[in-house]
Design a protein around this ligand. Structure first.
Ligand code: ZN
Ligand code: ZN
Length: 411
């Protein structure tokens, strides 16, 4: 049984500058060989003109309408950080920060570098505060530190994600009070819990040993926790049940891992895949090809094309594409017996440095796929291909049909 390798260049799509795009300029003989022997098209990740976030775009690409299933970034981020969420749990993204004696934020990242033992001390303190709040409000509190100053906070109980951020999103402003964004008991309770947690954290942080040590080293203390992006864990029918597809995702970025996990994909990581522009793809591609014997669809997420786009760096974006292609080359023979999809989750033009709403190129190679006359994977060529113009949410059903896994609609 053939299976699918799906390569996704995050923010890979671009606008032609000087007649070229990074996909067009990149030397990528393996992807272009598959392109020359497959079908091409253009893809609206969500819908024409919609500027997607990576989270909403990935939901759509995995076959789930983001207008129905997107419930705020926090829940997906928490899933990506390996916090086991239950439907209804509310999750926030958090920053450890530094405030002055008046509660005014002087660094939203507490100097950014947080040592492992410091993260542990913060987790211990949050556990203690969480237990106290749990007894008082009947709400379970789980905090997990992730990368550097970042973390996730999960509330479980009669809570709502409809509360405002405590993160003022700028320095020189006070920690904001969480306010309920809807008239419900749950939102009122959540705001109260969040505000008390925030206050207690700052009070208790003054006495933390790690902060005494940080002061001696001339570093900023960790004395505030800023919450943003509250979301709740939606009820999602797993991809295996909904589409009869066994799917795996290889990704270094927590948010993408979270979205993949939310739809029931098995999550893998590979050496060299940290979700940065310097990622090395050899191990990730090797793992992907191995997993193809066990899964119907193996999704490989490449973050570097988006990071370099936000930096406005055309050449670096080209380099990420070329490095992925090079890692793919040894497996070309194996891939030729299977299906390969290449696309992006949105355009992030290097000239704009933000996500934009135009379609991105998409390529589908496979034994049963029509070979059109597009021979190069790029924005400038793929629109002429046999796939035409499709939406992100169409990909999984198209693959399900080629793999013989989809159910007939009607008699
Ligand atoms: Zn993205
Ligand atoms: Zn981006």
């Amino acid at each position: 049984m053939p299976s699918v390798l799906w390569i996704l260049f995050d923010g890979g799509g671009d606008r032609p500058a000087g007649g070229k795009t990074p996909f067009h300029a990149a030397f990528k003989p393996t992807i272009d060989y598959l392109t020359a022997n497959g079908s091409c098209g253009i893809l609206d990740p969500i819908a024409p003109g919609v500027r997607p976030g990576s989270d909403t775009a990935h939901l759509a690409l995995f076959g789930y309408d983001p207008f129905k299933y997107y419930t705020g970034r926090g829940a997906f981020e928490a899933l990506g950080a390996d916090v086991a969420l239950k439907p209804g749990d509310v999750a926030f993204r958090t920053n450890l920060a530094t405030v002055d004696e008046n509660g005014v934020v002087i660094d939203r990242r507490a100097g950014r570098y947080i040592a492992p033992e410091e993260a542990k001390a913060v987790e211990d303190l949050m556990k203690k505060i969480g237990e106290e709040l749990g007894r008082k409000y009947g709400v379970e509190v789980v905090y997990k530190s992730t990368v550097e100053h970042r973390g996730v906070l999960v509330l479980r109980g009669a809570v709502s994600h409809r509360v405002s951020d405590t993160d003022p999103h700028k320095v020189g402003a006070k920690i904001a009070r969480a306010e309920p964004l809807e008239n419900s008991k749950e939102a009122a309770l959540t705001a109260e819990v969040v505000n008390e947690l925030s206050r207690r954290f700052t009070e208790a942080a003054a006495g933390l040993e790690i902060n005494k040590a940080r002061r001696l080293q001339g570093r900023l203390p960790i004395n505030a926790i800023l919450l943003r992006g509250g979301g709740y864990m939606p009820q999602i029918e797993p991809i295996r049940e909904r589409y009869n597809i066994r799917a795996a995702a290889i990704a270094g970025v927590a948010l993408i891992r979270g979205v993949a996990r939310a739809v029931g994909m098995d999550i893998y990581t590979a050496k060299g895949l940290g979700g940065t522009k310097d990622d090395v793809f050899d191990e990730a591609v090797k793992l992907a090809v191995e997993l193809m014997s066990r899964y119907d669809v193996v999704f490989l997420h490449v973050k570097g094309t988006d990071s370099t786009s936000h930096d406005g760096d055309f050449n670096e974006k080209v380099s990420v594409i070329e490095r992925l292609d090079k890692a793919l080359a040894p497996y070309l023979d194996a891939l030729l017996k299977n299906y390969v999809v290449v696309t992006s989750d949105h355009a992030t033009p290097v000239g704009v440095r933000e996500h934009t709403g135009e379609p991105v190129p998409v390529m589908l190679y496979g034994p049963d796929v029509v070979v059109d006359d597009v021979a190069k994977f790029s924005e400038l060529t793929c629109w002429r291909g046999a796939l035409g113009r499709i939406r992100g949410i169409d990909i999984i059903p198209i693959l399900g049909s080629y793999l013989g896994l989809s159910e007939k609609f009607g008699e």
